[in-house]
Design a protein. Structure first.
Length: 163
């Protein structure tokens, strides 16, 4: 330090160091916290250390590639979000609840049609009972299949199994 308490030769103030590398004093402090530059004391910096530290920060490949990779991931997520929004608008993608409602509507139609079929086909009571039992058994199998499919949709499992 000089007699007046100012910086000595090779030392500069925080304000001058920040001006030298064209950053704010807050940014200069962050560079020190990250280990690129070393503060000598209160409002004192080594001129050469500040310049070299800033150059190291600028050339730091790990920092630049990490920042670039992070920006790339954000960009990819934004693009994916836009693609999903467009697919939904084109009705290529629908909400899970909307799909389940459509399936439930169709299942109700099948139930109504199968339930009324024996009466439409015959007046013979014995044959009607056989047809009603067969329709009821078919509806039970359809109901179990819909429950299984609904669970698979909720859990993200296989909707259609081979065999």
């Amino acid at each position: 330090m000089s007699e007046k308490g100012g910086p000595t030769r090779g030392e500069i103030t925080t304000e001058n160091a920040a001006k030298l590398i064209m950053v704010s004093s807050v940014w200069l402090t962050k560079l020190a916290q990250q280990g690129y530059v070393t503060k000598l004391g209160r409002d004192r910096w080594n001129l050469v250390n500040v310049v070299q530290g800033y150059i190291k920060w600028l050339k730091d490949e790990d920092r630049r590639s990490s920042k670039s990779a992070s920006a790339s991931r954000v960009q990819d997520l934004k693009a994916e979000t836009l693609e999903l929004q467009m697919a939904e608008r084109r009705r290529e993608l629908i909400e899970m609840e909307e799909a389940k409602a459509a399936v439930a509507f169709l299942a109700a139609m099948v139930r109504d049609e199968l339930s009324g079929m024996p009466a439409r086909v015959t007046r013979d009571r014995d044959l009607r009972k056989v047809l009603e039992k067969d329709a009821h058994d078919s509806l039970d199998r359809i109901s179990r299949g819909l429950e299984k499919a609904s669970r698979a949709l909720d859990d993200g499992g296989e909707l259609f199994e081979a065999g």
